[in-house]
Design a protein. Structure first.
Length: 173
């Protein structure tokens, strides 16, 4: 494909084959590239706090609800549990979180922010807000609202497909 990037994006942006770009993966490519651009821009800012991009997602979840179990934290962030264990180990060694045995179920560990972990919120959230503002610079509010609505519907469609596949797999087992 002459003019395309990695064979995913059409040579001419309007030539996606369909409105959703599903024929050649243009939608998935653009969403991935925007996500990576956000991550790169944010990583340069949050690195000053000694936090990696992976840790950022876990901290964000804990800033919203402290004391999640490792499993709940994994689900909130969309990571596999072994990845969560590794991240929590590192954050614990940095003094950002602490594990506390669950009082109702001794098999579970709850993850709580330390004072240091809570304080990072005030240092890091303004950077995230700044990146978000820079990302939408020059985009009309109506265009942004439409874009967000469309992306939410795309996500809902894909989540429904995943749920149906899981359900079908459970019935076959």
């Amino acid at each position: 494909m002459e003019g395309s990037v990695k064979g995913w994006e059409p040579a001419n942006p309007g030539d996606s084959g369909s409105a959703a770009g599903s024929d050649d993966g243009a939608l998935s490519f653009v969403v991935r590239e925007v996500n990576r651009a956000f991550a790169r821009a944010l990583q340069t800012r949050i690195a000053r706090s000694g936090v990696s991009m992976g840790q950022w997602f876990f901290l964000r979840a804990l800033w919203e609800e402290d004391g999640l179990t490792q499993r709940e934290l994994s689900h909130r962030v969309g990571m596999m549990e072994p990845t969560t264990v590794t991240a929590v180990n590192v954050m614990e060694s940095q003094g950002l979180v602490q594990r506390v045995r669950n009082t109702h179920d001794r098999r579970k560990m709850n993850i709580f922010l330390t004072d240091k972990g809570r304080e990072l919120r005030d240092a890091m959230m303004p950077s995230a807000a700044e990146i978000a503002a820079l990302a939408i610079d020059g985009i009309a509010p109506a265009e942004l609202a439409l874009t967000l609505d469309v992306l939410r519907r795309v996500g809902a469609n894909l989540n429904a497909v995943s749920a149906a596949a899981r359900e079908a797999g459970e019935h076959e087992a």
